[in-house]
Design a protein around this ligand. Structure first.
Ligand code: HH2
Length: 261
């Protein structure tokens, strides 16, 4: 899943392709690089991000969805039911729901959904995230949300531990280590580590120094590859070309045909 943020303030690609034309061109580039799904978002969820008004979010994402519809599977990354509905009407077939609350919209429109765990809201989530046992709390939450979505009639579901969403570096690592356990719950799993802060913290050679997002590709690839080896179904990434190279190698090692071509 390739990330297309049509925002001025996303933590990595904010303002890189904020106009409709630039966003569509970027999406086409990710498509050419091998993305199976493009995740279009018009509101940043980085810690402390300012909320975006409904009209503005629609203005950002809907023309991009319309321009790509029919050429690739489109996912809409939104916290607003109105945006999810409008994006599905424009051609999206997956709702990327970081609030894990939009299953009624997926049920009503007949599309798939990603249910993500977040502790708090983007405004507050990194203040002091606390868990007794992060792994069991996240898994219990996702199982409960997936069950509720199924009860509403949603048939295509993914769960996501929400790396970086109200989690410390230790929480993120614990959740990544627990991916086999999450996969074993039976609902397909999506993971997004791409360019996130904890990678800059762990991969830095200088103690106390955090590598900036531009220097987190290596950590992104390491964690995406790890997630693939744990059996996740989707990795959400900014760097499709590099991740596809890693995925093809993983396929070859696993003996999956198509990995050697
Ligand atoms: N991470 C981000 C946004 N949406 N959705 C899911 N399901 N899982 C994630 O891990 C996830 C997500 C954050 O990344 P990005 O979109 O690049 O940044 P921003 O929220 O600043 O736009």
């Amino acid at each position: 899943m390739g990330v297309v943020n049509v925002t001025p303030d996303s933590f990595f690609d904010g303002n890189r392709h904020f106009s409709t034309a630039d966003a569509v061109a970027h999406a086409e580039q990710l498509l050419a690089e091998g993305a199976d799904i493009l995740d279009i978002g018009g509101e940043s969820t980085r810690p402390g991000a300012l909320p975006v008004a409904l009209d503005e979010e629609l203005r950002r994402v809907i023309p991009v969805v319309e321009a790509l519809a029919g050429r690739v599977r489109i996912s809409i990354d939104t916290m607003k039911p109105e945006v999810a509905r409008a994006a599905v009407a424009a051609g999206a077939s997956l709702i990327n729901d970081v609030t894990a609350s939009l299953a009624p919209v997926a049920a009503e429109t007949g599309v798939g959904i990603v249910l993500m765990h977040m502790c708090g809201t983007p405004q507050t989530m990194q203040e002091q995230p606390q868990y007794v046992d992060v792994v069991s709390e996240v898994i219990d939450f996702l199982n409960e949300r997936a069950g509720a979505a199924r009860a509403l009639g949603v048939t295509e579901l993914y769960v996501d531990p929400g790396i970086g969403f109200g989690k410390t570096t230790e929480h993120n690592i614990a959740l990544l280590r627990a991916l086999p356990e999450l996969v074993a719950q039976g609902t397909p799993v999506l993971v997004g580590t791409s360019r996130k802060r904890f990678l800059g913290e762990i991969s830095s050679f200088v103690p106390g120094q955090i590598l900036p997002p531009e220097e987190r590709l290596e950590g992104s690839l390491a964690t995406a590859t790890f997630a693939m080896s744990c059996g996740v179904s989707i990795v959400r990434v900014h760097d499709v070309r590099a991740t596809m190279q890693a995925a093809l190698l993983m396929d070859a090692l696993a003996g999956v045909s198509g990995g050697l071509r």
